[in-house]
Design a protein around this ligand. Structure first.
Ligand SMILES: Cc1cc2nc3c(=O)[nH]c(=O)nc-3n(C[C@H](O)[C@H](O)[C@H](O)COP(=O)(O)OP(=O)(O)OC[C@H]3O[C@@H](n4cnc5c(N)ncnc54)[C@H](O)[C@@H]3O)c2cc1C
Length: 231
């Protein structure tokens, strides 16, 4: 799942530089920013559900030699550098999910107002209104968690629990909003013309990546609730 490897000429690579049995914790991994040498790196594109504007790839590395000046920071400390990017990435993806969910909701409300069945707009029925109102609340609540996580990050305060919670809540709220947008459009929800089928496909990415919802639950259970590590 390496993004943009079809066009990249550089690669950010985390590689083991000390055998695992000689290290403790997450040490022994080093970070490199180096040329993507296609004579030693094979790139195979993955055909996928959505996100067509960015290529995703399997990458096979065999015999790539990296000069020491391409190492980022100290040898063996690479994982600690990668960690710096994980929380902001979750906050960013959570924001994206809130935005996508809101876009789906706006299309659903718009269609519910204009589509008339049996002489009145379908949006006049509570069966249509209530799920959309629920989605609005879910998205707003998720957005508050996104803001809290971003604020903590800006204060240089610990924010892993909030960043993970924001990613989880926003992705789930987004997915529900996209699903409800399709239901609101009825059969037309399945037509590409109304875009909501694409929104649903795109909503899978913030759900699955950069960390799955199940692993977020594992993290919260362990780090926030003090339960034994399960993975
Ligand atoms: C479009 C797209 C783009 C991506 N881009 C990048 C990228 O640019 N760079 C990059 O490094 N990665 C990228 N990824 C990878 C992504 O981060 C991973 O796919 C994701 O973190 C899930 O890991 P996995 O696929 O290895 O799932 P696995 O670890 O194989 O897990 C499979 C399933 O089992 C569940 N599971 C596993 N362990 C447990 C457990 N202990 N308890 C409960 N459930 C469990 C998981 O939650 C998941 O649902 C991308 C993925 C996608 C789909």
């Amino acid at each position: 799942w390496i993004s943009t490897a079809q066009v990249a000429n550089k690669i950010l690579l985390l590689a083991r530089t000390t055998p695992v049995e000689e290290c403790s914790g997450t040490e022994g991994l080093s970070l490199f920013y180096t040329d993507l040498d296609r004579s030693t790196v094979e790139v195979r594109e993955i055909d996928k559900l959505g996100r067509k504007c960015v290529d995703s790839n399997q990458v096979f590395i065999d015999g790539l030699r990296i000069p020491v000046e391409d190492r980022v920071g100290e040898e063996g400390k690479g994982f600690s550098y990668i960690l710096h990017g994980l929380n902001p990435e979750r906050i960013l993806i959570a924001s994206e999910a809130v935005g996508l969910g809101r876009a789906a909701l706006a299309r659903a409300a718009g269609y519910a107002n204009e589509r008339e069945v049996f002489g009145r707009p379908i949006g006049q029925n509570q069966g249509i209104q209530h799920p959309l109102a629920q989605s609005w609340m879910e998205l707003e609540a998720a957005h508050l968690m996104v803001q809290k996580a971003a604020w903590l990050y800006d204060q240089h305060a610990p924010c892993a629990a909030e960043a993970n919670a924001a990613k989880y809540l926003a992705a789930e709220a987004c997915y529900h909003a996209c699903e409800r947008a399709i239901f609101t459009h009825g059969g037309m929800g399945y037509a590409k013309e109304y875009h909501v089928e694409r929104y649903l496909r795109e909503s899978w990415i913030p759900r699955l990546a950069p960390v799955s919802p199940q692993l977020i639950l594992c993290f919260i259970a362990e780090k926030v609730l003090g339960l034994p590590k399960s993975y």
